[in-house]
Design a protein around this ligand. Structure first.
Ligand code: SIN
Length: 538
């Protein structure tokens, strides 16, 4: 059966960016529909532990400032951030967090009556605010969902985004979805992708099952550009529970290191000593790469985990400050106040994505993107810890205002009917084979031969077919994203940020101070379309 609905804006995804955008669009008088393939709160947002990085007037540490937050972001981004985007987003941060608090989000207080602030990797100041100890994402999601409900934002759950509808001129005209009753045609002049991340490209990830790169594939199939996909951030400290870990792994927030914990190898030697001036609080790419090197250098060959020593914290203190981590450790039979926590790096965050402005506009008229799925230029080659919830709040709000403005100026408009689209018939991955190849050849440490092997595995194991279920849609998205990621990673013949090439171990600013964009041709094959040269950045 086929059904139809009309809206001014369709939002895909119910994480921080999607809910912020949907509520703001409602406030602006737009008719909004939100779709999610699962239930409203099962996205990535609720798993965020550390917090929100923000230098707020009256709340920031004495020596902190927005300028310093910008500088830390640029340094972490390893020369590939867009400084204008960084500045715009971080300057808007305090206002966005104030709005969130106004809507009911409660952050932990510190002893001086102001908000408690912690440090994470790459931050030179205590500026990460948090909620429920290490349950910041859950509190942000709770507050945003409650506000969305107050504003009567309609959320269609168990509704899978199948394909964007386009006009004959190639502008976005809505979204085809799949739910238990069949196919739905959501006619709308604006669609916002807020679909989150891509962690399920890998065998072990901090991301939930829903993080299957859906938005990247939707955008590519609609002709949009993506960029910086080669920069996949691996979180250094994901709880290690034995060899062959698979699927979502519990995170051990970087804030534990912010409170004095440190990494040691199997012989008890410090991992980060002498590696970086910030030692255990170096930017995340540096820490993950150092752990990986230490494991490869382990006597007797490849080891698979190191340890996070937090035994200076008492049990009651650890349990109160990090209840989520404590519970995960307890479930694995570990008491972090008396024994070091076994940890290993795992896929955590895609720094690149659909090329979008700081107002969420993409290279396809009427298509917007915000949050992890978007590449705004904030993260460069390596995201600064706890900048992502902030980006979702700021760009989500700005994207809603951009849609309202584009409707008002006539830059986008309702069309009577979009072009009939062919039912998507595309390569659908064998997920296990894809994850194995990506983990082996496209994780931390890659080379040309391994990246070519990813493409070969995709060729051998994917089956071309029609998208008839959520699983098909996800496996097709993983196949397409893996292919572009492997291509982008093999093109970038240098090591920078999260992208570490064994065969090109140095950073090469003369050749690679650029971000590269890709598009898919009609057959779905990716190719490079442009390079954005960056200048004047750290
Ligand atoms: C963490 O708490 O370590 C993760 C926070 C983030 O990814 O920004």
């Amino acid at each position: 059966m086929t059904w139809e609905a009309t809206a001014d804006l369709v939002v895909v995804g119910t994480g921080v960016a999607g809910l912020t955008a949907a509520t703001e669009a409602k406030r602006l008088g737009l008719n909004v529909l939100v779709v999610t393939k699962g239930v409203a709160d099962d996205g990535n947002t609720r798993w965020a532990q550390g917090g929100i990085a923000v230098a707020m007037p009256g709340e920031a540490s004495q020596h902190d400032s927005i300028r310093q937050h910008i500088d830390d972001t640029l340094v972490a981004g390893a020369g590939l951030c867009d400084e204008d985007a960084v500045t715009t987003i971080l300057v808007d941060g305090p206002g966005a967090v104030a709005q969130l608090r106004h809507e009911g989000a409660v952050f932990d207080p510190g002893p001086d009556g102001r908000l408690a602030r912690t440090r994470e990797g790459g931050h030179t100041a205590f500026r990460v605010i948090h909620a429920g100890g290490d349950a910041t994402g859950a509190e942000v999601e709770r507050a945003l969902l409650a506000t969305a409900r107050t504003h009567e934002v309609a959320v269609l759950e168990q509704t899978v985004a199948l394909q964007l509808m386009l006009t004959s001129a190639g502008a976005c005209a809505g979204l085809v979805v799949l739910d238990e009753s069949g196919i739905g045609m959501l006619q709308a002049p604006a669609v916002l992708l807020a679909t989150g991340g891509l962690g399920q490209l890998y065998q072990a990830t901090s991301n939930p099952d829903v993080a299957t790169a859906d938005g990247i594939a939707l955008a590519l199939r609609a002709g949009a550009e993506v960029a910086d996909l080669e920069f996949v951030q691996f979180h250094p400290t994901v709880l290690y529970t034995g060899a062959g870990a698979y699927g979502r792994r519990p995170l051990v927030t970087e804030a534990v290191r912010g409170e004095g914990a440190f990494l040691v190898d199997g012989a008890g030697a410090r991992v980060m000593e002498g590696v970086h001036p910030l030692a255990d609080l170096a930017p995340r790419d540096v820490v993950s790469a150092a752990i990986t090197r230490r494991l490869l250098d382990a006597p007797g060959g490849i080891d698979d985990h190191v340890f996070l020593d937090s035994t200076h914290l008492t049990r009651p203190h650890f349990q109160a400050r990090f209840p989520t981590v404590f519970a995960a450790c307890a479930a694995a039979g570990i008491d972090p106040s008396v024994e070091p926590i076994p940890v290993a790096p795992a896929a955590h965050f895609g720094c690149g994505g659909v090329v979008a402005s700081v107002d969420g506009r993409t290279t396809v008229s009427g298509l917007y993107a915000a949050g992890e799925v978007a590449r705004t230029g904030l993260h460069g080659a390596n995201r600064l810890a706890s900048n992502s919830l902030l980006e979702g709040l700021v760009v989500g709000g700005r994207a809603a205002r951009a849609v309202a403005s584009d409707l008002a100026t006539g830059a986008i408009a309702h069309v009577r009917r979009a072009e009939a689209q062919r039912w998507p018939v595309v390569p659908i991955a064998d997920r296990a084979a894809l994850q194995q190849a990506m983990s082996r050849y496209a994780g931390i440490g890659r080379d040309a031969v391994g990246l070519a092997e990813v493409a070969a595995v995709l060729d051998k194991t994917s089956a071309v077919g029609a998208l008839r279920s959520r699983r098909d849609v996800e496996d097709a998205a993983l196949a397409m994203t893996a292919r572009v990621l492997a291509l982008a990673a093999s093109e970038r013949e240098e090591s920078r940020g999260c992208h570490v090439r064994h065969d090109f171990p140095s950073r090469d600013d003369a050749r690679w101070r650029t971000t590269i964009a890709y598009r898919a041709d009609d057959s779905g094959a990716p190719h490079m379309v442009s390079r954005y040269e960056l200048a004047g950045v750290a």
